[in-house]
Write a protein that binds this ligand. Structure first.
Ligand SMILES: Nc1nc2c(c(=O)[nH]1)N[C@H]1C(S)=C(S)[C@@H](COP(=O)(O)O)O[C@H]1N2
Ligand SMILES: [Mo]
Length: 254
């Protein structure tokens, strides 16, 4: 960040972000060969730098979405590669599983909203009764760790079909019990490994890892894997997400 080779406008915009976000932000901004493009823009003030950079994030989102291959699968691993214990991470401070929401299975329902034909709530037994599949894939957190886990649950594409979702809509948004939010593009939502996850390591998902329901999306970075999902919304309006508002690239594909 103090690197004199970092263009002025990036340094200015980065100053407005907290430290962990800043690192990612600069990496994303510098990633797609934008460094050369920005090299000559030394006389731009902080605000227009920010506007330009958010424009670039949109550009990156579109470029990445265009590059996304809906049939390319994230790598799957053998049982022997599973990371135990699996790390915990949260947006709240302190980063402690003791602060993870306490959710009672009995009264819990999943809300389905937006461009869907059937907006009825889903109970846990109803979700457990849908066809399930298992994946052993790598979760990559932008904070500098990765871990391999075994997740079970329902293909999101199947669930979207069952609820009669308009799959021409642009976004699927996940709202969580701890107020965390994130959203993904429809192509990723329909990807065969994108999962409404109910199980981890053959057991009901633990509280710390997102009980009763999390999104498992191995083609995206860790922060897109929303835990404790309480609402799924299908729609065309950009809804962003928690980390996305701090400058993390919305698409964040792998
Ligand atoms: N509801 C909710 N989902 C969340 C988060 C969170 O704080 N709350 N953190 C995200 C981040 S940054 C990561 S790396 C993973 C961590 O999941 P884990 O605790 O199962 O490793 O959850 C993601 N989903
Ligand atoms: Mo993360």
């Amino acid at each position: 960040m103090s690197d004199p080779d970092t263009p002025y406008i990036l340094r200015e915009a980065a100053k407005r972000l907290d430290l962990p976000t800043r690192r990612l932000f600069l990496r994303n901004a510098l990633g797609l060969g934008t460094l050369g493009l920005l090299g000559g823009c030394k006389v731009i003030d902080g605000l227009s730098a920010e506007q330009m950079l958010s424009g670039m994030n949109d550009f990156n989102d579109r470029a990445q979405a265009w590059l996304f291959n809906p049939s390319a699968l994230a790598r799957e691993y053998p049982e022997s590669a599973i990371t135990r214990p699996f790390p915990f991470n949260s947006f709240y401070t302190p980063n402690s599983p003791d602060l993870a929401p306490v959710i009672e299975a009995a009264g819990w329902v999943l809300n389905v909203t937006g461009q869907v034909e059937r907006t009825a709530d889903w109970t846990l037994p109803q979700l457990y009764a849908l066809p399930q599949f298992t994946q052993i894939t790598r979760h990559i957190c932008i904070e500098g760790w990765s871990a391999i886990g075994k997740w079970g649950g329902v293909r999101l594409s199947h669930f979207l079909k069952v609820v009669g979702a308009d799959t021409r809509a642009k976004y699927v948004t996940f709202r969580c019990d701890d107020e965390y939010v994130t959203s993904i593009d429809m192509a990723t939502a329909l990807h065969p490994q994108t999962q409404l996850c109910l199980w981890m390591d053959g057991r009901i998902l633990e509280r710390r890892h997102g009980f009763p329901l999390k999104l498992r999306v191995p083609t995206k970075l860790g922060f897109k894997n929303a835990k404790h999902v309480g609402e799924i919304e299908v729609g065309n309006d950009y809804t962003g997400g928690y980390w996305e508002t701090y400058g993390y690239n919305w698409y964040s594909g792998l």
